[in-house]
Design a protein around this ligand. Structure first.
Ligand code: ADP
Ligand code: MG
Length: 563
């Protein structure tokens, strides 16, 4: 209200506003609710969630990243957690459930501090300090793994270690026969060690986009193979073309080898057969010109993102050129990197320098289909995992698992350090944080202690999921860690405490655990910082439709298309 009793409106009609403590509580509640959904999915005994999207499609999964992606979360604070989970997934490809659950636990502990009238900024500061310290502690307790991918002997020595890690990534999630798991792990290790690049600051960089996963229905999972090069799910376009070209000089075209039809329908008056011939001759001449250009720069393979006209195919075949058409953009980019060529958007601009190189381009039969293999590329750090399997579900499942294993190895190679799993590092971090808290002055100390409790919550949840008594387990583990055993953790599968998690092959990369702490703290503190929630009133159905239509028109989507 202004001084004269006239209301001052700063918000649009229908907008709602909550602020101060109420807004904060509201946000915390929403975030905690989301965390609670994920809680029961943590660990190898985590339960599945069944998600039905607005189209009625069903997903059953216990993968945190998939759950939050499929859930249509409404509340802004919960959405923030979803973003956090997605960020963790993009960064390290694992630890999403842990991050959301930890953020929820942090907020829950923060709530208790708010009840004691501790100001949010103090809690935020305390949490930030604790997170930094927790990261340091993780670094301290992590074990280094020695990886050497420089020589074949080095790789052979490193292989068993990588095997353990890939196994740890797959064992709890992937339900396939042990033979298949073993085979997949070998394929992934071969792939990862092929594409790994040494980093000047230590460790190795594995670019995931150097590893292409191509699925082809048929045969069995154990027929999955690593190909050193790029595999295209395409055939050679013309029967008269060679099926095999050695020392391939490859033109990568993002231009049609066709005469493009004009946008406007033009009327051509033809009065004699002569004119038809002239007209067609002209088209043929233009296509021949394109092919001549390709021949002139010395290409013997054409890989085209667009179409290739029959006449052009015929000319290419006559020149002994192997051609493939309608290749996906992402594959074109992979080919660009692999063969060292350059994608050209107009045949006229093609030059010899744009050509890529591969030892061999060959069409091979895979199951009932044909695929084109580009092998021995200029850049040997481009590989394809060709996944075989009886049906789409098996293939998708296999792809996910291969990605999990690739991520796990990528994380460890980047920073070759691992931590025992099963709650062991969480107990250790909590213990050391509590000790360190004594050096923190003021009420921030309480926030650090609360942080320690929240981290420990992960172990408590794992214990619960294994059907163990959570408190008793916690006390036992604290005792073990206090006496100096940092490897004591929870054997979730058998529901008991284990002195040495490493013996169970349950280990997590340090980078994942650090990312979990970092992301969860960022999310929790971001939510604690908000003291005002202003929400525009949701659009009514017809308004929504109207708005959608307007936007569409702006983009010109609803305009009738010209032929
Ligand atoms: P996230 O999405 O956070 O990766 P997961 O469901 O993969 O969630 O669970 C990861 C947690 O489960 C880690 O703390 C890991 O150490 C633990 N874990 C995985 N396998 C086992 C096991 N066999 N025994 C005990 N703990 C395990
Ligand atoms: Mg995981």
């Amino acid at each position: 209200m202004s001084t004269y009793g006239i209301p001052v409106l700063i918000l649009k009609e229908g907008a709602s506003r909550t602020y101060g403590r109420e807004a904060l509580r509201n946000n915390i509640m929403a975030a905690k609710a989301l965390a609670e959904v994920l809680m029961s999915s943590l660990g190898p005994k985590g339960l599945d969630k069944m998600l039905v999207d607005s189209f009625g499609d069903i997903t059953v999964t216990n993968d945190g990243a998939t759950i939050v992606k499929e859930m249509e979360v409404q509340h802004p604070a919960a959405k923030l957690l979803v973003e956090t989970a997605k960020a963790v997934d993009a960064e390290v490809g694992d630890g999403t459930t842990s991050a959301v659950v930890l953020a929820g636990a942090l907020l829950s502990k923060a709530e208790a501090l708010l009840d004691q009238n501790i100001h949010p900024t103090i809690i935020i500061e305390g949490f930030k300090k604790a997170a930094e310290k927790a990261s340091e502690i993780l670094e301290e307790v992590a074990d280094s793994v020695s990886v050497d991918l420089e020589t074949p002997e080095g790789i052979e020595k490193t292989r068993p270690i990588l095997k353990e890690l890939a196994y740890a990534a797959l064992a709890s999630k992937y339900i396939a026969s042990p033979d298949v798991v073993e085979h997949f792990i070998n394929v992934v290790i071969d792939a990862v060690t092929t594409v790994a690049e040494k980093r000047p600051e230590g460790g190795y960089l594995v670019r995931s986009d150097n590893i292409k996963i191509e699925k082809k229905k048929g045969s069995s999972l154990s027929e999955t193979r690593l190909i050193k090069g790029i595999v295209l799910d395409k055939e050679v376009v013309h029967p008269g073309m060679p099926r095999r070209v050695e020392k391939a000089k490859i033109a990568l075209l993002d231009a049609p080898l066709e005469i493009e039809k004009p946008d406007i329908t033009a009327k051509i008056n033809i009065t004699s057969p002569d004119q038809i011939k002239k007209f067609l001759d002209e088209e043929t001449r233009l296509l021949k010109e394109m092919v001549d250009k390709i021949v002139a720069v010395g290409a013997n393979v054409v890989i085209c993102q667009k179409g290739i006209d029959d006449v052009a195919q015929h000319f290419l075949a006559k020149k002994g050129i192997l051609a493939v058409r309608r290749v996906k953009r992402s594959d074109m980019e992979k080919l660009e990197r692999a063969t060292g060529g350059r994608i050209v958007t107009s045949v006229r601009d093609l030059s010899e320098n744009d050509l890529g190189y591969a030892e061999l381009v060959e069409e091979r039969r895979v199951g009932n289909d044909k695929m084109v293999f580009v092998e021995g590329c200029r850049n040997p750090k481009a590989v394809t995992i060709l996944v075989r399997g009886a049906n789409d579900m098996l293939l998708d499942d296999a792809e996910r698992s291969l990605n999990d294993a690739i991520n796990a190895l990528r994380n460890v190679l980047r920073e070759p350090k691992v931590l025992p799993g099963g709650g062991a590092p969480e107990i250790e971090v909590a213990m050391r944080l509590r000790k360190w808290a004594e050096t923190v002055s003021g009420k921030e100390q309480l926030a650090v202690l609360a942080f320690a409790d929240a981290v420990e919550e992960i172990a408590v949840i794992l214990a619960k999921s294994a059907g163990m008594d959570p408190l008793e387990t916690l006390m036992e583990l604290r005792k073990a860690h206090a006496s100096g055993n940092k490897y004591a953790g929870i054997n979730v599968i058998e529901g008991k405490i284990t002195e040495d998690m490493r013996k169970l092959r349950v280990v997590d990369p340090l980078s994942v655990k650090k990312q979990v702490i970092k992301a969860a703290t960022e999310a929790a503190t971001a939510i604690l910082k908000v003291d005002d929630l202003i929400a525009a009133s949701p659009l009514k159905k017809e308004e929504k439709e109207k708005k959608g239509k307007e936007e569409e028109e702006e983009k010109g989507l609803s305009k009738p298309e010209l032929d």
